[in-house]
Write a protein that binds this ligand. Structure first.
Ligand code: RBF
Length: 153
């Protein structure tokens, strides 16, 4: 059996309102992921009018951006997009932990699903392969968002 998650090929997201919040750190990677997420959503029937997008400086700000989309834009699911690359200090660990706990707390508090769209990479090469490259996660995040958004309706 092929490795990885298997998505329902018949996923149909028409009528689902999707929020996307994108971090500008490591922008080459986050913008490639954003494009693939948007393509993955529209390939599964989500219209451009139903995609609400905002950007924030870095991954640490994604949780607040997601909160704003939920509170002001009536979205049924949020896809935060960030790329963390480990540096020489402890920033990576603190941000990754804060953000993953923040998403979990927010989705439980608001009862709106939030996808874990943050890459936590040890090197820039790893980040590029998983964003602009052939192991990009963008389409999987789009499919997961639609599945969870439909489940929450
Ligand atoms: N934001 C990211 O999205 N990815 C990173 O790899 C990243 N690395 C950072 C490293 C340092 C040393 C600092 C100071 C910030 C970094 N940030 C990164 C930005 C962070 O998410 C946030 O925007 C800023 O700390 C301001 O709150």
């Amino acid at each position: 059996m092929e490795k990885g998650i298997h998505f329902d090929k018949t996923l149909q997201g028409s009528g689902l309102r999707v929020g996307i919040v994108v971090a500008r750190w490591n922008e080459e990677c986050t913008s490639a992921l954003e494009q693939q997420v948007i393509a993955g959503l529209s390939n599964r029937g989500v219209t451009q009018e139903d995609i609400v997008r905002c950007s924030v400086p870095g991954s640490y700000e994604l949780v607040h951006g997601a909160t704003m989309l939920i509170e002001k834009e009536q979205v049924g699911v949020v896809i935060p997009i960030g790329v963390l690359i480990k540096g020489e200090t402890m920033h990576f660990e603190y941000i990754a932990e804060a953000v993953s706990h923040g998403f979990m707390a927010l989705q439980l508090a608001k009862n709106i699903p939030i996808i874990f769209g943050v890459l936590t990479c040890l090197t820039q090469e790893q980040a590029l392969v998983r964003s602009v490259g052939d192991k990009s996660h963008g389409d999987a995040w789009a499919a997961t968002a639609i599945e969870m958004g439909l489940l929450a309706r």
